[in-house]
Design a binder for this molecule. Structure first.
Ligand code: DGI
Ligand code: FE
Ligand code: FE
Length: 199
């Protein structure tokens, strides 16, 4: 896929509402800053960010059909809120529709809502940019923005913790990948602390 930033923005725009498109532009700008700060590939990060919400407004039934028929998509998505489907579904739809082949881009798009275990730097950058872009007003987002100035893992951990609290406060289920992402980053944090303690 050899598409410029402009061409990709033109491609996604008709699939999104005006406010969602503006969110996408802000996520892309934020992701580029984070990619530069934490060492992710700029070009790939930019493409993933532009495309991340491509499937946000696909009919639920269409997304359901994709999940049932594409063997790579985890079937347990069907047991969780459909809000979680648009990332994984976008990754496979874009493969077919624009020949998106890059696995790093597909991974970042697929896990942008839930996170997952063993996220790459680029996965984390797109996930975090979606959470902290300047238009977001989640409670606790200011602290995450501050942390994101210096520590990518810690910022993702805070974002995940906030989301898990938000979901449990509302008695909503938490997708297992979100818990896996949280536990994984917590373990990384605790291990580095032990190293610093000289253990
Ligand atoms: O698509 P966006 O609105 O830009 O943001 P997103 O892709 O992060 O979607 C956020 C929504 O997903 C938000 O309303 C919370 C919801 N959600 C539902 N279940 C889960 C979840 N988010 C996570 N991280 N984990 C869940 O289990
Ligand atoms: Fe999204
Ligand atoms: Fe988004």
């Amino acid at each position: 896929m050899h598409l410029s930033r402009e061409k990709l923005l033109e491609f996604v725009q008709p699939h999104l509402t005006k406010t969602r498109y503006e969110h996408t532009v802000r996520v892309t700008e934020t992701a580029l800053i984070l990619a530069n700060r934490f060492g992710a590939n700029q070009e790939l990060t930019e493409k993933a960010a532009i495309l991340h919400d491509y499937a946000k407004y696909k009919p639920k039934e269409d997304m359901e059909r994709w999940i049932i028929s594409d063997r790579r998509l985890p079937k347990d998505l069907l047991n969780h809120h459909h809000e979680l489907w648009h990332g994984p579904v976008a990754a496979v739809m874009l493969e077919k529709e624009i020949g998106l082949a890059d696995s790093a881009i597909k991974s970042a798009i697929a896990c942008h809502t839930s996170g997952k275990k063993n996220m790459s730097i680029m996965d984390k950058v797109v996930f975090l940019a979606d959470y902290i872009e300047p238009g977001r007003g989640f409670s606790g987002v200011e602290e995450v923005r501050k942390t994101a100035e210096s520590n990518l893992d810690q910022a993702c951990l805070q974002a995940l913790s906030n989301t898990i609290q938000f979901l449990t406060n509302k008695s909503r289920s938490v997708y297992p990948d979100t818990i896996h992402a949280y536990n994984d980053l917590l373990e990384i944090k605790n291990n580095s602390r032990e190293e610093n303690d000289g253990k």
